[in-house]
Write a protein that binds this ligand. Structure first.
Ligand code: VGL
Ligand code: ZN
Length: 214
């Protein structure tokens, strides 16, 4: 019997995406069972020397909020200067409890907390580039300077911030491996199927936390 095992090395990094109250049950943009990823993430984290957290961090009047566009409702699409943008309920507003990390998340070893989506005019799903796909967050330079070249991803949401981050990692020439059981999806208008096609096209790998070597 062959068992697939993934060996974690000192140049690997675990990127934990947006494990914040607003994406967990009871939050403003709750992802179904969002909080259930915390346990597998804690297990996965034991394998890694390097952990980075991202934090969705919007201004109160952020352009991705349906509330700032008269007549628009959450989950509708709108055309902004940089292209199509899905409108969301107000969420992860800077300094609010909804923007805090879930209180069960214990990743005190994390070396960097990267905030994104703080510019009013532009959303940022990806940890690497804002939604114009060109404005950098600085994470690529950080990883390059530190010699971290293989990114493992977990968190919320699988089909938005996790997925976009993985695709951008590939665009930057990094290996990108998603820990599928440590993610949950929003699944809006076929978003899971669409992003999984892009994963296949670009070489984003999907594994489970149980595949990490012990
Ligand atoms: C996210 C929608 C809006 C995410 C963030 O973390 O996936 N999704 N803001
Ligand atoms: Zn957001």
């Amino acid at each position: 019997m062959f068992h697939f095992v993934m060996q974690i090395t000192p140049t690997d990094v675990l990127l934990v995406i947006d494990l914040q109250n607003d994406f967990c049950p009871g939050g403003a943009l709750a992802v179904a069972d969002g909080d259930t990823v915390i346990e597998p993430i804690h297990h996965a984290a034991e394998h890694f020397q390097h952990i980075i957290l991202t934090q969705d961090w919007h201004s109160p009047d952020h352009n991705s909020f349906a509330s700032v566009h008269p007549g628009k409702k959450p989950y509708e699409q709108i055309e902004l200067s940089y292209g199509e943008q899905t409108l969301w309920p107000d969420h992860c507003v800077q300094g609010t409890p909804g923007a805090d990390f879930h209180s069960s998340l214990e990743l005190t070893r994390a070396e960097l907390i990267l905030r994104k989506g703080f510019r009013r005019a532009i959303d940022s799903y990806s940890a690497f580039f804002e939604n114009d796909r060109t404005t950098p967050t600085g994470l690529a330079g950080y990883l390059r300077e530190r010699g971290l070249n293989r990114v493992f991803l977990a968190g919320l949401a699988y089909d938005y911030c996790v997925g976009y981050s993985a695709l951008d990692a590939r665009r930057l020439g990094l290996d990108a491996i998603i820990l599928r059981d440590a993610c949950r999806a929003i699944d809006l208008n076929g978003s899971v199927a669409a992003i999984e096609r892009e994963f296949a096209d670009t070489g984003v790998q999907l594994i489970n936390t149980a595949d990490l070597a012990h």
